[in-house]
Design a binder for this molecule. Structure first.
Ligand SMILES: [Zn+2]
Length: 184
């Protein structure tokens, strides 16, 4: 459990913060992520779809009731935490290797991807399923695909625009371009 507490103490970076700003400006509908660190929410993003779950939450293995993981750790320490509703064991609400994804989360991600006009794939080589399918859903429905990554990736040939740059550099830059345009 100490491991998870360490994870929670990591802070959002300028890329997370830029995405939260874009959402507040009404330029970004949602973030679809395979990260489990909860940093997008901490940076201020409201609509975050976490394909592999989140270390911020615990879930009952039996009835699927959700809890805040930090509070559970505070309350139970090293003892095995139990569900208040059914007494089932609680586990971090993340998808472990070989486990199926949460279907509701996946269909929400596909829905956003399919309805997007622009999809920006950020800081990923798009090699892990199902995140790598999201650009396919977007493109199939007529969206433009931007890729921001400092190294080549598997979906580069699908991209309309590739920005070969670190996300911590490219996203603040994108934000300032949009801001300047609004001031004029
Ligand atoms: Zn339960």
């Amino acid at each position: 459990m100490k491991y998870f507490m360490l994870g929670i103490e990591i802070k959002p970076n300028i890329a997370h913060i830029s995405l939260a700003e874009l959402e507040k400006m009404g330029k970004l509908c949602a973030v679809i992520t395979q990260n489990i660190d909860g940093l997008h929410q901490e940076a201020g993003s409201a609509r975050v779809i976490e394909l592999h779950g989140s270390l911020r939450n615990a879930i009952c293995a039996s009835c699927k009731r959700q809890y805040n993981l930090t509070e559970i750790i505070k309350r139970y320490g090293n003892a095995a935490p139990r569900c208040e509703s059914c007494g089932g064991l609680l586990k971090p609400d993340i998808v472990f290797f070989g486990e199926p994804l949460n279907e509701r989360v996946l269909s929400e991600a596909i829905d956003y991807a399919s309805r997007s006009k622009v999809m920006i794939a950020i800081g990923t080589s798009l090699s892990v399923s199902p995140a790598n399918y999201m650009p396919v859903y977007a493109k199939r429905n007529g969206a433009k695909l931007f890729i921001i990554n400092d190294s080549p990736g598997e979906e580069d040939s699908m991209a309309d625009i590739i920005i070969r740059e670190r996300v911590e550099v490219a996203l603040p830059e994108l934000l300032s371009i949009i801001n300047n345009r609004r001031l004029k």
